[in-house]
Design a protein around this ligand. Structure first.
Ligand code: UT7
Length: 371
């Protein structure tokens, strides 16, 4: 029997703290007018101290599992797409695995810039469709506010924090992820990067003094690349699925700049209402932008069962990618009963307890070894 990877759960988390353009105008030489007209952004969410990438991933993941009606112990795979992991290593996906109590899941992070979620979706969908795994969790999550130079007006006005998650499940029914397209061009690696903190430029007093631990971007060049990459990837992914632009119900593009979204929409000859945008409220949340937008599009009733959706992105690397999805879940989804919710809360408490006990036992053993 042919197996397909279906999206059966979705969830998002955005930090409560809202920073408006006017707030930024108090910090750097910018204005609400400039930011709105050049980017389409009005405000963004900024993570508080405890709101790390793993924390936000966990909140989004719990929602997605709830919608899917799946318990964490049924997960086979967790992928977190991010350029702002909690640590260089271990993987943020492992922290999510521990927080969920996903006892039998493989877990790894994936770095493909703002295209990360599409890369994760593609890898997970292929693993599910191949029969290797049955249930996968794909998360896009970022705390870009931690690597943004808050004195650089060219970048600090663009980015925001948040996380989005989906559950992919194997099913014999037609639909789900129909096709994906992934691309890369490392010759553009300097156009959008974090210069220091890796093996090339280990963190030092000099890298700190020169601000090399902050995100750097050649905005105009990335803009030109994006305006070409998004329409091309959209056409390619539809062609691969044997479909055309006229079959499309909704495009969910990476939310980087409203002018990039509009240029891509024009280039594809699509009406504006077919292309989803929530950029105004969140800014560019990198790998989180597409899954957050997908959740909101579903919640706003923009997606119905059997609709054809294309998610398309571009980002650091340079990378680009798209996924064509036939939405197979009935909407609105059947949400868990209050009793099931209580049971889930207890399960997460148990996961925290289990983690604590495992740490304690490891500590005890370490003591024994020393003695
Ligand atoms: O997820 C992938 C990541 N990145 C992107 O997708 C970003 C793609 N690029 C862009 O979105 C745009 O290139 C930006 C929004 C970053 C910049 O817009 P732009 O229309 O390309 O502006 P620009 O860089 O050409 O700058 C125009 C002017 C410059 O002043 P001068 O040299 O003309 O006097 C900048 O210094 O705007 C100035 N400027 C600002 N002014 C007020 C740059 N940033 C600001 C600002 N406020 N925040």
């Amino acid at each position: 029997m042919t197996v397909h990877a279906h999206i059966t759960g979705w969830g998002k988390f955005v930090p409560p703290c809202v920073v408006t353009n006017d707030d930024l105008a108090q910090m750097v030489d910018t204005s609400d007018g400039w930011i709105r007209t050049r980017t389409g952004i009005a405000e963004r969410r900024i993570a508080a101290d405890g709101e790390t990438t793993s924390y936000m991933s966990l909140q989004a993941a719990r929602q997605a599992l709830e919608v899917a009606g799946l318990s964490p112990s049924q997960l086979d795979l967790i992928i977190v797409a991010t350029v702002t992991p909690d640590h260089a290593f271990p993987a943020t996906a492992c922290l999510v695995q521990d927080g969920l109590g996903a006892t039998r899941a493989a877990a790894f992070d994936l770095s493909a810039g703002c295209t990360g979620f599409i890369y994760g979706l593609s890898v997970a969908a292929d693993l599910v469709a191949s029969g290797a795994y049955e249930n996968a969790l794909v998360i896009g999550a970022e705390t870009l506010s931690r690597i943004v130079d808050w004195s650089d007006r060219a970048t600090c006005v663009l980015f925001g924090d948040g996380a989005g998650a989906i559950v992919l499940q194997a099913n014999g029914a037609n639909g789900g992820v129909l096709s994906t397209v992934l691309g890369s061009d490392g010759s553009g690696c300097e156009l959008l990067c974090l210069p220091a903190g890796g093996s090339k430029e280990p963190a030092s007093q000099r890298t700190l003094d020169e601000g090399l631990h902050y995100l750097k971007m050649e905005g105009r060049q990335v803009f030109r690349f994006a305006a070409r990459a998004m329409p091309t990837a959209t056409r390619q992914v539809l062609e691969r699925a044997g479909l055309t632009l006229s079959d499309l119900k909704l495009v969910i593009p990476h939310q980087a700049n409203q002018r990039i979204i509009e240029a891509s929409t024009r280039s594809l000859g699509l009406p504006a209402e077919v292309v989803y945008s929530n950029l105004e409220r969140y800014g560019n949340t990198s790998a989180a932008s597409i899954p957050i937008a997908l959740c909101e599009a579903v919640d706003e009733g923009r997606v119905e069962q059997d609709d054809l959706i294309v998610c398309v992105g571009f980002g650091a690397g340079l990378t680009w990618g798209a996924a064509a999805i036939r939405w197979s879940m009935p909407l609105p989804p059947e949400l868990p009963s209050p009793w099931e919710r209580v049971l889930r809360q207890l399960r997460y408490r148990y996961a925290s307890l289990r983690s604590l006990v495992r740490r304690f036992v490891r500590w005890l053993f370490a003591l024994g070894v020393k003695e």
